[in-house]
Design a protein around this ligand. Structure first.
Ligand code: ATP
Ligand code: MG
Length: 616
């Protein structure tokens, strides 16, 4: 709605006129009588123009909106004509203004430059109705949520749900600046707005997965009471376990992640082993198939003339074959073997029987006979580890792979096996989506699994989601994202870290098209891969002090004006700068504080509570 303002009122609102235009910067000389701090307008007290307030510059019928960046006083004695002894104030107050946008014919604020003002264009204070227009991010009927007020004028800011949540969101700020509160508030409001609109469709079509590194969001009412929390633990047995089906686990990507497999050699190796696994398990008699394969490989091994490789293979067989013989005695499988250095072959003792010259003797070795005791392992991962060994035996015999390149992947999988057993449930085929809002609590999980679990789940669910068509949405919410998305973690192999970052980069770069959106929150934005930080569409920037972080912010956040940027290191808790596609210009906001029972469990402790006063 357009206000009708009388010419008299216009005169009150007028503050001066443009005296210089240079690039995006506009200079406005303030009328002498407007150098007061407040003005009375229609019975309201209006704050007069000052740094950080908005101005309207009229050019014909166009209303350009700018923000005051600074002000200065210049001496205008030259412009004044000398008129004797007149006692005249020669100072002139000049405002520096950067243009942020304009108000369109349909009375909407549009960000960006359309036209520049001319010298002499008049500048006005914004009436409250115009201020509303400038701060209105929501078009008439669209869904919106309200979590904050503007810093300057205390207006409630409505965020459009479409525009904010169907985009990648980044929340940055130092520790204790209010990120978790903002994140929880955002999603709490989203969930309740969507539920109100259509609970069935909400639960059916939209999914949320929150990675919670510190166990902050597990409170009953935090975000939503209808969430499913997985409290994982690698420390104790008996924590929750994330269901993962056989198909999901026996998948190249998942196994490669679990084994920290490198792309060049280890992943193709796992692929070969997986193919063999599927052949065997798909056959009519898997055990027989596996045993026959073992026997044939033992025959090949025991006829080899390369001692080093032969013993290496014997070691691998030791990993596979049972430790005890048919009578239940522990007997090493190579106890009856010796190496004959002159003829370079194995011999079976007592005898000796030369195995390469008389291969029929091989069937009498402990090793060969032990195969009949072999049973397939009953848990998936142990079984697959055996398939990896047999694949390695294949590859070493055929000179296909270098053992030292492959063995680390198997060892990794073996060392992680007990952790994996503690956090994943491979028995049932139920889905992780017991509710459409899932919180994965990683607080009690060791460092390695803290990195592995989010990667594995994200990759798996992303692939599943892509195959389901694009009518549904999936939001990954990663609080404390530096835990997994940092470029500078030195504790792990470079290739593995790259793989993890690339996975999330892929999701953030192309997920949008499939309805997959990412929300990241972090204390050290400069640590996070720039591909990730720069692809976010909407930023909530809380207090940040480190120069590197600030430099990163100014490089990825567009249109942030100097005054706003300079205020970032001194923002109070809960205040933030919002910038992004949902708003035509950066806004300084105060996020409201959640009620205590809805807050994430991240409250700063107070000494007055830690050491309570003693009642006298
Ligand atoms: N909008 C707000 N208004 C008032 N107080 C707030 C607001 N947001 C957060 N706080 C308070 O500030 C403290 C820290 O908040 P929060 O846990 O959200 O910070 P954080 O940025 O997530 O910190 P960290 O990086 O350590 O996780 C809490 O005690 C919380 O109650
Ligand atoms: Mg936090």
């Amino acid at each position: 709605m357009h206000e009708s303002i009388s010419p008299d009122d216009e005169a009150i609102l007028r503050i001066g006129e443009v005296v210089e235009v240079s690039g995006r910067k506009i200079f406005v000389a303030v009328d002498k009588e407007k150098n007061v701090s407040d003005l009375i307008f229609n019975g309201d007290i209006l704050k007069n123009i000052s740094v950080n307030s908005y101005v309207e510059i009229r050019k014909g019928f166009l209303s350009l909106i700018g923000k005051v960046d600074g002000e200065k006083v210049i001496d205008d004695s030259q412009a004044a004509s000398w008129s004797g002894y007149e006692n005249r104030d020669k100072n002139k107050r000049v405002l520096t203004i950067s243009l942020s946008g304009y108000i369109s014919k349909s009375n909407k604020f549009i960000g960006g430059l359309k036209e520049m003002p001319l010298i002499g264009s008049e500048a006005y204070l914004l009436t409250s109705a115009k201020l509303h227009t400038v701060h209105n991010l929501v078009s008439d009927k669209s869904l919106s949520i309200n979590i904050a007020k503007t810093d300057a004028d205390d207006y409630d800011i409505g965020f459009p749900i479409d525009g904010l949540f169907n985009s990648h969101i980044a929340i940055f700020g130092n520790t204790g600046s209010g990120k978790s509160n903002t994140l929880a508030y955002l999603y709490q409001e989203l969930v309740s707005a969507l539920k109100l609109r259509n609970q069935e469709a909400f639960e059916e079509n939209s999914r949320f997965l929150l990675f919670d590194f510190n166990g902050e969001y597990i409170g009953h009412e935090c975000i939503t009471a209808d969430k499913k929390v997985y409290n994982l633990s690698t420390r104790v047995v008996g924590g929750d376990r994330i269901p993962i089906s056989e198909d999901s686990l026996m998948d190249l990507e998942v196994l490669s992640i679990l084994a920290d497999a490198t792309d060049k050699t280890q992943k193709p190796f796992i692929r070969r082993a997986l193919r063999f696994y599927k052949d065997v398990t798909g056959s009519a008699d898997p055990l027989n198939y596996f045993q026959n394969t073992l026997k044939s490989k033992i025959k090949q091994t025991l006829q080899m003339s390369d001692k080093v490789r032969a013993y290496l293979l014997v070691d691998y067989f030791k990993q596979l074959l049972p430790e005890t013989d048919a009578a239940g005695h522990i007997v090493e499988i190579d106890d009856d073997l010796d190496w004959h250095n002159v003829s370079s072959e194995f011999m079976r003792q007592p005898g000796p029987h030369f195995l390469s010259s008389t291969p029929a003797e091989i069937e009498n070795t402990f090793m060969y006979q032990r195969v009949d005791q072999y049973e397939l392992q009953n848990d998936l991962l142990s079984m697959f580890i055996h398939f990896l060994y047999i694949q390695l035996i294949f590859d070493v015999i055929s000179n296909r792979a270098q053992n030292e390149h492959i063995a680390p992947a198997i060892n990794k999988l073996r060392s992680k096996k007990s952790d994996i057993d503690k956090v994943f449930d491979t028995t049932g085929a139920e889905s992780i989506w017991e509710s459409n809002f899932v919180v994965v609590n990683l607080n009690d999980v060791n460092l390695e699994m803290k990195k592995t679990i989010p990667l594995l789940l994200s990759k798996r669910l992303y692939i599943d989601h892509k195959s389901e068509g694009n009518e549904k949405s999936l939001n990954f919410i990663i609080d404390e994202a530096h835990n997994i998305l940092s470029r500078d973690s030195f504790r792990e192999a470079e290739s593995w870290k790259d793989y993890r970052l690339e996975t999330f980069e892929e999701i953030i770069k192309e997920g949008r098209k499939f309805g997959v959106f990412v929300t990241i929150s972090s204390q050290r934005p400069s640590d996070i891969s720039p591909t990730l930080t720069s692809q976010a569409h909407n930023y909530f920037i809380h207090r940040l002090i480190n120069q590197k972080d600030l430099a990163m912010i100014s490089s990825v956040v567009s249109y942030i004006d100097r005054v706003t940027e300079e205020s970032i290191p001194v923002l109070p808790t809960g205040a933030c700068i919002f910038s992004g596609v949902a708003s035509p210009m950066p806004l300084k906001l105060n996020v409201k504080e959640l009620d205590l029972h809805l807050q994430p469990n991240s409250t700063t402790l107070a000494y007055k509570d830690i050491v309570p006063e003693v009642a006298i």
